[in-house]
Design a protein around this ligand. Structure first.
Ligand code: ZN
Length: 251
């Protein structure tokens, strides 16, 4: 534990990279895990969503079914520990693969947050980019079993990145800019197997900056020679106490 706290204490511009493993403690299902949603239901590809009402209905129905877990989820000690680091002036950027909106809910400021795979907290028009809160659109879908449209006629879609859909260029650019400025990079609860998102911590590490990984189970960067510290186990048990130690000692 001491070594992790030492890194946190020394750092001034931390890039935190998070994955599903930090949100399982908040009741969010791990899509890729052994009981993952995608084991039960095939994901809808972006081109199908754009071309077929049946595919749009399937996607909205999948999001409606999964919505309850997201609506009832609350941030846990990992999300809060990251906010504490930000309040201590140590966070450069939080880049998350999670679509649950829990970093924002915990209090990570928008200027310090990039949701690489989008968010379930909004719906977005695929034609004009208009964004809105999801609740009324889910209600429309539930009542009519037709998918909601924007006033411009475009298809509304929960603002998450679908299979076959690229990441938003602006989000990637913000993460890459931070990768060139960070003095510590920590991957929390990610198998680091989904690209291009997982390339971001490597960008930092290849500058010679310390790269730390905390995850339960193997990650695809475990054999990466640039990894300085690899801690195996539950992030919720490991990370918050280390933050506490780093911020309370050696001030
Ligand atoms: Zn529109």
């Amino acid at each position: 534990m001491g070594e992790l706290a030492d890194y946190l204490r020394a750092a001034k511009r931390i890039l935190i990279f998070t994955g599903a493993g930090i949100s399982t403690g908040s009741g969010i299902p791990d899509f890729r895990g052994p009981n993952g949603v995608w084991k039960k239901r095939a994901p809808v590809y972006y081109s199908d969503f754009m071309n077929s009402e049946a595919a749009r209905i399937e996607h909205w129905d999948y999001k409606l079914e999964g919505g309850e877990a997201f609506r009832s989820a609350r941030p846990n000690d990992v999300h809060r520990a990251i906010v504490r680091l930000e309040e201590a002036g140590k966070i450069l950027l939080v880049a998350t693969q999670n679509i649950d909106g829990l970093h924002a809910l915990a209090g990570t400021s928008p200027a310090r947050l990039v949701e690489l795979h989008g968010t379930n907290s909004l719906v977005e028009c695929q034609s004009c980019g208009w964004r809105d809160e999801p609740a009324p659109h889910f209600e429309f879908f539930r009542l009519h079993r037709r998918t909601p449209r924007c006033e411009c006629g475009g298809f509304l879609k929960p603002a998450t990145i679908s299979f076959g859909q690229g990441l938003l260029p602006n989000d990637l650019a913000r993460a890459e800019t931070a990768a060139h400025e960070a003095d510590l990079v920590i991957a929390l609860g990610s198998t680091l197997s989904v690209y291009p998102a997982a390339a971001i911590p490597l960008l930092v590490a290849r500058r010679g900056v310390p790269y730390l990984i905390i995850n339960r189970g193997p990650t695809e960067h475990d054999t990466e020679p640039k990894v300085r510290l690899r801690i195996e186990g539950d992030v919720v048990e490991i990370f918050p106490p280390a933050v506490e130690e780093a911020l309370t000692e050696g001030k």
